[in-house]
Design a protein. Structure first.
Length: 260
């Protein structure tokens, strides 16, 4: 299947590690030009070197997108370097465990800044360029928006808002032919996920319990499997898909986990 992504300029937030890095690498393999934003300078430079050594063209922007100004600057730098923008992939975020009982109003607002506001900010500044290219947006959400988790009010409500914004933007941007979709992962092994597992007394037992609840194959979803669906959604093969919440989760959310 020809995804027709060659030379497309794809801006990926949080694109140096985990799911974001898998999306960045996938874009490069398809001949697109990934421009990835990450505050981890070392990880960003390593991935940039890897891609360039493979012959791919890419861009790296080292920035923390909590700042509105940095969001605007990331879009502007992409346009200055590459002259256009075809795709925005909003990905960066972190489950910071800001809950109802053990959080605070101040921490909750900070969690929204960390996990939600830059999705709006990036899209806001990217839309003029996406109008010109008749491009698209993919927002990475999370299964917690649908299932809840407990103790994660900030992250969960951010991801729920991302699903709502996906539908709202899809409706608003219809006149310009800009498609907007959300991808919903569940249990994906990433550096942040490993860090979360390490907070438990017995990480291996915790992981074994989690995996036992994943209906299809009783295994974690791989970052590359998330990236594969993102690549499809941003391609011409998905030209009549917009406003959708696509789950890549081995049946975790919608299949009865008693099946396992």
């Amino acid at each position: 299947m020809d995804l027709q992504l060659k030379d497309k300029i794809v801006l990926v937030t949080g694109g140096a590690k985990g799911i974001g890095a898998a999306i960045t690498r996938g874009c490069a393999r398809e001949g697109a030009v990934p421009v990835f934003v990450d505050k981890d300078v070392e990880a960003g430079k390593q991935l940039q070197a890897e891609l360039r050594n493979s012959g791919a063209t890419c861009g790296l922007i080292c920035a923390d997108l909590v700042s509105v100004e940095n969001c605007a600057a990331a879009v502007e730098q992409t346009l200055q370097e590459f002259g256009r923008l075809d795709v925005l992939v909003n990905n960066v975020g972190c489950n910071d465990n800001v809950g109802l009982e053990h959080g605070s109003p101040e921490k909750y607002v900070s969690s929204l800044r960390l996990n939600l506001l830059h999705y709006y900010n990036m899209a806001h500044y990217a839309v003029p360029a996406l109008k010109k290219s008749q491009g698209c947006i993919v927002n990475i959400a999370s299964k917690v928006a649908m299932t809840g988790q407990g103790g994660t009010s900030g992250y969960t409500s951010s991801k729920g808002a991302i699903l709502a914004l996906t539908r709202d933007w899809a409706a608003e941007l219809l006149p310009y032919g800009i498609r907007v979709n959300a991808l919903v992962p569940a249990e994906v092994m990433t550096p942040l996920y490993k860090q979360w597992l390490s907070t438990f007394p017995n990480p291996e037992e915790k992981l074994k319990h989690i995996v036992s609840k994943i209906p299809l194959g009783k295994r974690m979803t791989q970052p590359e499997e998330i990236a594969a669906m993102v690549l499809f959604l941003i391609s011409s093969q998905a030209s009549h898909i917009t406003g959708q919440h696509v789950l890549v989760d081995g049946g975790y959310v919608h299949l009865d986990r008693a099946l396992t």
